[in-house]
Design a protein around this ligand. Structure first.
Ligand code: FES
Ligand code: FE2
Length: 441
């Protein structure tokens, strides 16, 4: 029926522009949830969020409230957060430990960690001879159709069919490889809490901004300038400003021309890699100490390979933005056509010296957290974009920068030389979007 209300989706997307309804029409939003978020691989969380049996973490996948739980056999399960009896939500807290089993707070049905019904109070007297009971699968908590993890990052798909996780991730896997390889022990550990920000804008506006290499020099200019002033004052006074100032001042120091020197690589499922980064390999004493530990763990050649990976950002469509070199991740959870939750997480490199973690924490607080002006700069534009798109002031959103100059070899669309600020990532995301939306159920 929804399809009837949104009859000709193809007319909404052209190669270099899309209709504004794509961002503001609630019927299109519903279809997106059905056809994209509740069908493809969505990031649930990291294995280290639920280290002990019974640990759970709730997570939203499309419109579905889910929970990720660790079983007694240490296996991870992703279940609908719903009791099969009368529909009560099973876990009201965001996270916790459910003990030996789940127990519904309404009529005390209990369930194993994999969702299977364990017991119903007075089951014999109440249910003998009815169709309800242990053997009826409808009396167990429903599971996500598919759950897979890659290097500790757990994804679920609510559809039984479709590409496997590895095929889906494709080249974007490098986000997790790069992050984990930078740990002397080859693994990362989540810092067990996140910032949660609700943006008054459509989810796609956030994703488009992640690979928008044109905006930082404009939007974050004032924040970068202010940081630059303080940085140079401290330098004058003490000879050396803390490295963290550079995380902010870089926004003013890296010009649009420099951003053009980077490159984006765009993939069929909508994923995108932005290469290049400002000062990923500083020569301060903390970095040198870390390099010693890395060399011991991997040998010089491999260490150079690992630390030589030059990736600024990886976008995994439709809901994950990863900055692997700084161990940051943002998960995008659409709540409504004009409301989007982002969860902002960061990680510890296992086996790395503490100052390297502090650097990740500094970036987390200074660039990605709701406390920083960088985040506020973006949020203001997201809200203003949504306001404009909701108006009758125009029908199209345009993605024409460097259109026609992309290098497309069939499996990847690369931006041409010195075209890092190309709008290729947005074109690619919308091309993937149209494909997802038109795919038969
Ligand atoms: S609703 Fe859960 S036991 Fe009744
Ligand atoms: Fe930004």
């Amino acid at each position: 029926m929804l399809q009837e209300r949104v009859p000709d989706l193809a007319k909404f997307v052209e190669p270099d522009r899309v209709r504004r309804e794509v961002y503001v029409d609630p019927a299109i939003f519903e279809l997106e949830m059905q056809r994209i978020h509740e069908r493809y691989w969505i990031y649930c969380g990291h294995e280290t969020q639920v280290p002990r049996p019974g640990d759970y973490y709730t997570v939203q996948i499309g419109r579905q409230p889910m929970l990720m739980v660790r079983g007694k056999d240490r296996k991870l399960h992703v279940l609908y957060n719903r009791c099969p009896h009368r529909g009560n939500m099973m876990c009201g807290d965001r996270h916790g430990n459910t003990g030996e089993f789940f127990r519904c707070s309404y009529h005390a049905w209990t369930f194993r960690h994999d969702g299977a019904l364990r017991s119903i109070p007075m089951m014999e007297s109440g249910y003998a001879g009815t169709r309800f009971g242990k053997d009826n699968p409808d009396c167990s908590m429903k599971r996500a159709a598919r759950v897979e993890s890659y290097r500790g990052f757990v994804f679920a798909s609510l559809a039984t069919n479709g590409p496997g996780l590895l095929e889906f991730l494709g080249e974007s896997r490098i986000a997790f490889d790069d992050m984990c390889d930078r740990a002397p022990e080859g693994e990362v550990e989540i810092v067990p809490n996140c910032f949660r920000v609700i943006q008054r804008s459509n989810w796609k506006i956030f994703l488009e901004n992640q690979l928008d290499a044109l905006h930082p020099s404009v939007v974050h200019q004032s924040t970068g300038r202010a940081a630059m002033d303080v940085e140079s004052r401290i330098k004058k006074q003490t000879g050396q400003a803390p490295l963290s100032y550079h995380m902010l001042s870089a926004f003013a120091a890296v010009t649009i021309e420099k951003w053009d020197g980077f490159q984006t690589l765009n993939y069929p499922y909508g994923h995108c890699i932005l290469t290049g980064y400002m000062g990923l390999r500083p020569k301060d004493p903390d970095t040198l100490a870390y390099e010693k530990v890395m060399q011991k763990a991997y040998g010089k050649k491999r260490m150079e390979e690992i630390l030589g990976v030059n990736i600024h950002h990886v976008l995994i469509y439709p809901g994950l933005s990863v900055q692997s070199a700084l161990q940051q991740l943002r998960a995008v959870r659409p709540l409504g056509v004009d409301r989007t939750l982002t969860e902002i997480w960061h990680f510890r490199l296992k086996g790395a010296p503490e100052p390297i973690y502090r650097r990740s924490l500094a970036y987390y607080n200074l660039v990605n957290s709701p406390a920083t002006l960088i985040n506020a700069d973006d949020l203001e534009n997201f809200w203003k974009c949504h306001q404009g798109l909701a108006s009758d002031g125009g029908d199209w959103v345009t993605f024409g920068r460097h259109f026609g100059r992309d290098l497309d070899n069939g499996s990847v669309v690369e931006t041409g030389p010195n075209m890092g600020t190309s709008e290729a990532p947005m074109r690619n995301q919308m091309k993937a979007w149209a494909k997802y939306m038109q795919a038969a159920a």
